[in-house]
Ligand binder design. Structure first.
Ligand SMILES: *Cc1c(COP(=O)(O)O)cnc(C)c1O
Length: 359
């Protein structure tokens, strides 16, 4: 047997592993999972039926071009079909965007803390991450991000609302930022939580992309549409970028189940957006409840709240877990808590209150 092992790319060393939100333990005291920003509602009956029907044909490869879904998306966003690209979750599409633009020696800029997939997919490509700290109010510092652009910059992520803080950038400041970015740098507006936004000053990325060839909008079916387990997301971008996404796609990556579920979900949008409305009401209740207890909570437009707990982060997560909810701690920084079903939010609020009283 040979002593050597296969030579792997040096870039893979030290890649942070993606930490999935911990599941709610079965049988134990923990009953609710508020750690992954998932939709707490089970699939709509109609969507489930569609997926069940599609399952009867999974001996076949899916439609590689996602034809039906692509035309549905093109129509609803009023964009050419050639501007739409689907992928295995929007994380999959984000990885293809990096693969299409960046390699060793190139730089990818994003705010920090932001979505934990960004450093991982950047490092896999061999490109260098340039992390620009959030402002003290936990908001993207767009001026500092623009200042960080060099002639090595290839891609910039703007996560709006930002995961894990829930904070947003508004129209005027985002437009000012986009005006400062050179045309050969791709700006990716990651709008995974778009449907939860109620602030009218937060722009819809699709309106910004139209006359800006270097802007790409990322959306997902995982959150508001409740299809996290089926892995489907999409991008809207101008020709060369959308075409690059088709070149870099894993062949047949998006299953027929996912495609059919996405189409059915778009057609059941009223029901799904009704659920989003309930979650937004719950968000208000949770934020008000926390503030009433004395917590400082940044304004959130997503389906989660952020508590900057610093050194007390891990203790707080443990208290929540004992109370019956799993939250998402970022040790030393803070805790992200998904807005879930009413009962889950009640358990969380009670745990937060208990923790504060013990301070
Ligand atoms: C959840 C999330 C996504 C979506 O991921 P999928 O791969 O589509 O499930 C993308 N971006 C951000 C910031 C997210 O929080």
């Amino acid at each position: 047997m040979s002593e050597t092992s296969p030579r792997l790319r040096a870039e893979l060393e030290g890649i942070p592993t993606y930490k999935p939100g911990r599941p709610a333990a079965s049988g134990g005291p923990v009953a609710y999972k508020l750690s992954s920003n998932e939709n707490p509602y089970p699939p709509l009956p109609g969507v489930l039926e569609t997926v069940t029907a599609a399952a009867g044909a999974f001996n076949r490869y899916p439609d590689m071009a996602c034809t039906e879904l692509m035309s549905e998306l093109a129509e609803r966003f009023a964009v050419p079909v050639s501007h739409v690209a689907t992928g295995t979750g929007s994380v999959g599409v984000a990885q293809q965007l990096i693969q299409s633009t960046s390699g060793p020696g190139d730089e990818v800029i994003y705010a920090w803390r932001s979505f934990e997939a960004y450093p991982i997919i950047t490092q896999i490509s061999g490109a260098t991450s340039v992390k620009v700290p959030l402002t003290p109010g936990d908001v993207h510092d767009l001026d500092a991000m623009a200042d960080a652009i060099t002639d090595r910059t290839r891609l910039i992520f703007v996560c709006n609302p930002n995961n894990p803080t829930g904070t947003v950038v508004r129209r005027a400041e985002l437009e000012r930022f986009l005006d400062r970015v050179p045309g050969d740098v791709l700006v990716v507006l990651d709008e995974a939580y778009k449907e939860f936004v109620r602030d009218l000053e937060v722009p819809d990325g699709v309106t910004l992309y139209r006359d800006r060839p270097n802007v790409c909008v990322l959306r997902t079916f995982s959150k508001a549409y409740g299809l996290a387990g089926l892995r489907i997301g999409f991008a809207i971008a101008h020709e060369p970028v959308a075409a690059a996404l088709r070149k870099t796609a894993v062949p047949f990556g998006v299953s027929q189940l996912a495609q059919d579920a996405a189409v059915a979900s778009l057609r059941a949008e009223d029901a799904l957006l009704g659920r989003v409305g309930s979650l937004v009401s719950e968000r208000t209740r949770v934020v008000d409840g926390l503030r009433g207890q004395g917590w400082t909570v940044p304004e959130t437009q997503a389906n989660f709240v952020w508590l900057r707990l610093g050194e007390r982060t891990v203790d707080f997560a443990a208290v929540c877990e004992r109370a019956g909810v799993v939250v998402r701690p970022f040790p030393g920084e803070g805790v992200r808590v998904t807005v879930g079903e009413t009962e889950a939010n009640d358990v969380f609020l009670k745990a937060a209150e208990m923790f504060r009283k013990e301070l």
